[in-house]
Design a protein around this ligand. Sequence first.
Ligand code: PRX
Length: 663
Amino acid sequence: MTEGDAELEARLAEQEVFEPPESFVEQANVSDPGIYEEFEENWPECWEGAADLLDWYEGYDQVLDDSDPPFYEWFTDGKLNASANCLDRHLDERGDEAAIEWVGEPVDEADRTYTYEELHREVNEFAAALRDIGVGEDDVVTLYMPMIPELPVAMLACARIGAPHSVVFAGFSADALATRMNAADSEYLVTCDGYYRRGDPLDHLGKAEEGLSGVEHETTTVVVDRLGPNGDGFGHDLGDKHDYGDLVAAHAGAEVDPVVRDAEDMLFLMYTSGTTGKPKGVKHTTGGYLAWASWTSQSVLDIKPEDTYFCSADIGWITGHSYIVYGPLALGTTTMMYEGTPDHPDRDRLWEIVEEYEATQLYTAPTAIRAFMKWGSEYPDAHDLSSLRLLGTVGEPINPRAWKWYYKHIGGEECPIVDTWWQTETGGMMVTTLPGVGDMKPGSAGPPLPGVDVRIVDTGGDEVEAGRAGYLTVDKPWPGMLRTLYNNDERYIEEYWAEYSDLDSDDPDDWVYFPEDGAKIDEDGYITVLGRVDDVINVSGHRLGTMEIESAIVGVEGVAEAAVVGGHHDIKGEAVYAYVITEEGYEENDELRERIVAGVEDAIGPIARPEQVVFTPDLPKTRSGKIMRRLLENIADGEELGNTSTLRNPEIVEDIQRKAGGD
Ligand code: PRX
């Protein structure tokens, strides 16, 4: 390192506030600091601007109907179609421009570009095909697909005919697929034969079929041929399943009028982990969600139609829904999709893609940034990343060191970074700086977006002083919010509202949304999110319920009881640690350990794989029998133990500690 570099590193390490670069501010979609006051004074009408980003068949009557909290309705009686907003309206001006630039994992395979015209055509053909195989308005269609273009095609085809989609992350297991299809009563599945991971074709249809065998009702399945002859080795026989390519060919040239949907009609369902074993079906609507995804894409990601915008998330999670598909396409920009991992064939794959496509924004997760940092700056340094104008992060807190590394080595100190806090349930971003307006503070997401009313409170609901830890709450509704949990209004209230609301009141001021995150706020109103306060673990920016993992482990033969906690992990943020009591007659050995890991992979997927499985004769429990997870977290983190005096069995803690340490 030269002396100049060392000085630069030292300055960066100390700097706590970064101003947005002048060159960025000059061209930013939003650069007027007055927006905060304006939105506050003009709430909820301030959201008319978000709705104006969309084309409506019929205008709405009311911006917000808050007469029956927490069942808020936005843009009431407005009529629109999400697929028409993402496609049809761009055809005149941008028909020949790229809508999707898709990069497959194999380097020797040709990338695929879909112009708006081409995407529109295939969406229409597949929409016609879906209708033909029986999909009607409001039927839930499950999409179990990796990062291939047919996934957004299928999403938009569903939206076109008013059939809500439920995308299940391709890395989830067969069981997870079955659980979600059963919960949504979904009779249709679109999947594929396989995809590539680190150079090898991976069998996906086998997993989908296994999942289908656990679905309790009749199903109709469509299969995309992703692998061509490379998939022949899996020996799949489509049987009565439909081939995607045949269906689309049979409907060549078809045109399907977009179905006129009410603003409050469901656009999609997305299952996410909660504190019970059962995933929650988060319901998002056509008007409010699409307006939210579009407005935040424009004002936070600074998306313009001529951009080539790159979000490296997977469409199987909410980030990909809002910020690969709906937000960017509604704004008529070019959105990128990459099928593979960032380290295949080498650790510079993302930088190669950014350089080749001259990507203008990069939106990724802190986990990825920590991995890039560990691999070393020689990988990004070998590429010209000067096309980048803005960087973003999402999914978990980012530590200041990783933030600064990202700022320097990827952004060349010329790109603002937006650290965006939000959730599956919020539909889109809630807390982050506006890149053309606010200073950035590494490690802190920033102030709430204009019009978003976030407060940090104590257990009694009173606001905490600056610098103190408290709970993040949202005091006013917002257009992108979930409307309910599918078929379960009661659980919706219980999970998100019960903590801080007056449940008997019909005054919206008495209703407060609780996202189950801890946070603190500083004197400038900047919010640092501290992490979940419920039993949900955040592994690599992905949410996993400890209960879900525990029930998978208890399902393994030989296991009597299990407790799962999240422990610190340098790259993943958090990792899964499992403490297991065996049944009488079973040995605590590697064979059982392997079966436990396999059990978790079968029930959920490799992402939930425990980092460590520790056998123990007992778990630390309070006198009332509750497992003291905090102590297990101390053990996982190798920290000093918290108070053990309230335990029924204090001696067990040191015993577990010894075992976790490898004795
Ligand atoms: O704990 C927060 C964390 O991720 C949770 C939401 O997870 P999920 O619904 O899977 O959505 C992830 C993508 C939006 C939150 O409750 N989280 C998300 N973004 C941040 C974050 N924690 C800290 N900083 C963030 N920027």
